[in-house]
Design a protein around this ligand. Structure first.
Ligand code: GUN
Length: 283
């Protein structure tokens, strides 16, 4: 039976540490500020944004949410981003994705100042990560790294198999694992005989977006299994990319869904916002 990695508890600990840090920063004259921009009326996106706002306020981050209708123009959005780039009270800018089809996500991400890109999506920050430099790292994969660190699971010399190659999760998860001295394999939808590869993994990071895709048959006994998936099964119940019930019998440690990686993502957004405010305060 695998140990269950409690992402919710780890996230709570980190948020408590951040709150203490923010209290000290406030006493020294800096309040970290986060601006979130959302365009359109996708209900899931609004839920995420509300949660980001609530979590920010809970630990003392100054938080602004700018909500715009679905027909908001690209030009107006770029103007808003520019205004936030120049706003001295704002240290982190997040434009919630996806954006309506008439707006270029690339153009908007490019417009965010890399110094305020707490999502870690700007090509400058992605490029810095690729060459092993400190930058803002994408929150979900960074949250996975922090979670492993808090659980004293070292990636040094381990074989990490990442399933999924998205710019937001798969690719940065692979790069951050590499930065932590893992041997890394990236698998995806075109990979042949996935199970033969994942069975060699010491750590499996599943980010495919398909419910119960990874089963016990994919795992080496004792492997660490990180489930990034947030899916709904046929009964409408939240489930991950990993078949938790079978996998937990083979794995050494496993993250549940919900309560695993999920709570770490917003935590790292808060972490990056504090990091940005510290960098601005040190200028
Ligand atoms: N949409 C889904 N996840 C994310 C995220 O981490 N950041 C942004 N900006 N949009 C998202």
């Amino acid at each position: 039976m695998a140990a269950i990695i409690d992402g919710k508890a780890i996230a709570k600990d980190i948020r408590t540490e951040l709150k203490e840090e923010i209290d000290a920063m406030k006493a020294a004259g800096t309040t970290p500020g986060l601006a979130v921009v959302i365009v359109g009326d996708d209900p899931a996106s609004h839920t995420y944004v509300n949660s980001k706002e609530k979590s920010s306020k809970e630990i003392g981050i100054y938080s602004e949410v700018h909500r715009f209708p679905a027909d908001f123009t690209e030009e107006a959005l770029l103007e808003k981003v520019d205004e936030l780039n120049r706003d001295k009270n704002i240290h982190g800018i997040l434009v919630q994705l996806p954006l309506p089809k008439h707006i270029s996500e690339d153009k908007v991400i490019d417009a965010i100042s890399p110094e305020k890109d707490v999502d870690g999506f700007h090509p400058v920050n992605v490029g810095k990560m690729v060459i092993g430099k400190d930058s803002f790292y994408s929150c979900t994969p960074y949250g996975i790294m922090k979670m492993l660190e808090k659980e004293h699971i070292s990636l040094e010399g381990k074989h990490v198999v990442v399933i999924g190659r998205s710019n937001i999760v798969g690719k940065p998860a692979a790069l951050l694992s590499l930065m932590n001295n893992a041997t890394v394999t990236i698998c995806h939808s075109r990979t042949k005989d996935l199970a033969a590869i994942t069975r060699q993994a010491d750590v499996v990071i599943a980010a495919v977006g398909i419910p119960n895709y990874v089963t016990a048959d994919h795992l080496k006994p004792g492997a660490v299994v990180i489930d990034v998936g947030i899916n709904r099964n046929e009964e409408g119940k939240l489930c991950g990319d990993v078949d938790f019930n079978s996998a937990k019998e083979v794995a050494g440690a496993i993250t549940p869904v919900p309560g695993g990686v999920g709570p770490m993502t917003i935590t790292m957004l808060l972490y990056n916002t504090v990091k940005s405010a510290k960098a601005f305060a040190a200028k």
